[in-house]
Design a protein. Structure first.
Ligand code: SF4
Length: 430
């Protein structure tokens, strides 16, 4: 397929695909999914080899959020039967983080529900970061605390935070359909604050919220422009008690196409397979390792993931290896740019924007989750394959199922609310 050859070449050059090419990836037929995975896999291996970075979530504060993100079990008015607790003590969070590190995690992601932290919250999280680093000097710490106020990003960096996560989640055009209590622009600003403070930015998306193919391409192109170092790709976990509980619209093949599109648009960025992989990719999870170079180990914030030992077995069986702390995750050019930003030189550590004709200014890439959460609904209207093919000159491909079309039915049996780990007396799943 000429389209895939073009995209591999561009990915190896860090060149931005056209929107039509990105749409054409999403419109490829299920019969072609292995070809799509193989092509995007070449780009993944060129920048990240066969390494898989493991990340471990610690939910510092669960539930009772005043914001109304429709996908989130912790939202205002949520009837989801999740664990609810206030801030963990630094030593409790450090113990939880230690379990993840023992399980192979290289990065610990400290997440708290809420619109954003108070300065007192930032101090509390700073002490938590310090406690974690005392126990595990080499571990990377990412904070995910919501919208930041002036000075908070600098304080977190000073305390040792290596990264900050704040997801764009969906396209600017549909953001208001998902959340009304804060704006898309608020999110962009927070990611930029993190970058300006020298933290590695993590910003991603949630697929399966009813969005169109155009919405998915919009948000991924916006992420490239924002230029985060890591991009979590979440697949909506439709949790009972939330407005999006009925949204079961993803197939394993569509998840793979979405991941491939993200890889082609953000070739040299840490693409993280995030919430929802188990319930939507199911037995095709190992194929996603050819696209993403990073996953979460164990459980999510409020739902249970696959057992950590099964994650490790999957990685080994698929011929990949867990990335060690002695290896730098990012390609040299990105790692160098981040180091420069930390030295106060004003750059925030992204790829050079080498997009094709006239698109250089909109190139660049980004991670996962609202005020916070890494799990993620909206309105149908997929682009037709014919339209995309015609626009790119690529081979015509059969029409894919509309993005908003429901699949075989809800699989509520696959969603388990987290009842172990932090906030409980039971050991974590790491
Ligand atoms: S994603 Fe974050 S900000 Fe939004 S409702 Fe959930 S906890 Fe609150």
């Amino acid at each position: 397929m000429e389209l895939l050859k073009t995209l591999v070449d561009k990915g190896l050059r860090r060149e931005l695909p056209t929107r039509e090419e990105a749409l054409a990836v999403l419109a490829t037929a299920d019969d072609d999914v292995l070809d799509v995975v193989a092509a995007a896999g070449k780009v993944r291996r060129a920048w990240f080899g066969r390494r898989v970075k493991l990340n471990y979530l610690v939910n510092l504060k669960s539930g009772l959020c005043p914001e109304d993100c429709s996908y989130c079990s912790q939202r205002l008015g949520s009837r989801a039967d999740i664990l609810k607790y206030t801030w963990l003590k630094p030593e409790e969070a450090a113990a939880a983080a230690g379990a993840g590190v023992s399980g192979g995690a290289k990065r610990v992601c400290l997440v708290a529900s809420g619109r954003g932290p108070t300065d007192r919250d930032v101090e509390r999280v700073s002490r938590t970061i310090e406690a974690i680093k005392e126990q595990n000097e080499d571990v990377e710490v990412c904070a995910c605390l919501g919208l930041l106020s002036d000075g908070q990003a600098a304080r977190l960096r000073e305390a040792g935070a290596d990264a900050y996560n704040h997801n764009l989640n969906t396209s600017k055009a549909t953001y208001g359909d998902i959340t009304t209590t804060h704006t898309y622009a608020d999110r962009v600003t927070t990611v930029q604050q993190a970058q300006a403070a020298g933290m590695s930015a993590c910003s991603g998306l949630i697929a399966g919220m009813g969005e169109t193919d155009q919405d998915l391409v919009d948000v991924v192109f916006s992420l490239r422009e924002l230029d985060p170092d890591s991009v979590p790709v979440n697949f909506l976990i439709p949790i009972e008690g939330t407005p999006l509980a009925e949204k079961w619209q993803l197939t394993p093949q569509r998840c793979l196409r979405i991941l491939a599109m993200v890889r082609f648009v953000c070739p040299d960025v840490e693409v993280r397979l995030a919430g929802g992989r188990e319930i939507h990719l199911r037995s095709l999870q190992p194929l996603a390792l050819h696209l993403a170079n990073s996953i979460f180990l164990g459980d999510y914030l409020t739902t249970e993931g696959q057992a950590g030992k099964d994650d490790l077995a999957m990685i080994a069986d698929a011929g990949f290896e867990v990335e060690g702390t002695d290896t730098t995750t990012l390609p040299t050019h990105r790692a160098d740019a981040l180091a420069t930003a930390r030295a106060g030189c004003g750059s925030h550590g992204g790829a050079e924007h080498v997009g094709s004709e006239g698109e250089a200014a909109s190139a660049g890439c980004g991670s996962a989750g609202g005020g916070c959460a890494p799990c993620g609904d909206a309105a149908p209207a997929a682009g037709t394959a014919e339209g995309a093919g015609a626009a790119t000159g690529a081979e015509p491909v059969p029409a894919a199922a509309p993005a908003g079309a429901p699949t075989a039915g809800a699989r509520t049996d696959l969603v388990a609310v987290r009842r172990r780990g932090v906030g409980t007396d039971l050991p974590p799943n790491a």
